[in-house]
Design a protein around this ligand. Sequence first.
Ligand code: 2AM
Ligand code: CA
Length: 267
Amino acid sequence: MQTNDFSSLTLVAIQAALKAGEILRKGFGSAFEINVKPGLQNFVTVYDHLSEESIISSILEVFPSHNILAEERGLQEISSSEDTILWIIDPLDGTTNFAHHLPLFTISIAAYSKGKGLCGVIFQPLSNELFVAEKGKGAYLNGVRLTVSNTQKLDECLITVGLPYDAESSPFLSLQQLQHLSQRGATLRNLGSAALALAYVAAGKTDAFWMYNLHLWDIAAGILLIEEAGGRLTQFEKKPIVSYTTSVLATNQALHQPLLNFLAHSN
Ligand code: 2AM
Ligand code: CA
């Protein structure tokens, strides 16, 4: 895929992610203050804010009338027109890893219109993994086309999971599910960045990912990557969505129904 085959939206998302990646790369491992946001174990650093400001300026410089939903700043509605593009930004996904100097974190940027994803970019600055998806044009890792894995059986799977950071307030504790899945023979990992976990399913590096209580900015780009790489992503909880958070199961298609059945019966 040549970069000039992408739309200007995707190109701006890529440029914004690379620029913010430079900021996070420089900040990683340095001494910085860690602040607490409302909720349990909910951290933010100066680099979340610096990355977010950089991404928003990169976008608004080219598209000044677009709307923005970003994790730290919230919703910035510039236009009320129905078909305005909405950019959904997680400037540092995996803040807890970053705050602990663990090198697994990403930037996630997506553009949506009328609830449909147009493009999504996930960038891991330390490994230089740039995941790009554009609606109808496929998903790519550093320019190479992605397809999901071909794993068919649970006992052959590598699955990333989201360990609960809010088990006290969450109605389900997924540890029991982890135990059951592990007893079924699946190998489990927790990466600490939902966006990276989704990108890795799209890339066929892992076979599935599931997690409770994710925000839109954690998954907006990942949804498009999964779809464009031939995977499947759905909610899986029986409970209604609680204000902006949702549960997500992303798979290589083949494992979707078996894992949905498993999640429905393993609590
Ligand atoms: P974040 O780093 O941008 O907060 C694993 O922790 C995943 O859950 C990450 O993608 C993380 O995104 C997300 N997450 C959402 N809310 C969180 C919270 N309160 N504490 C820790 N992780 C959270
Ligand atoms: Ca996040």
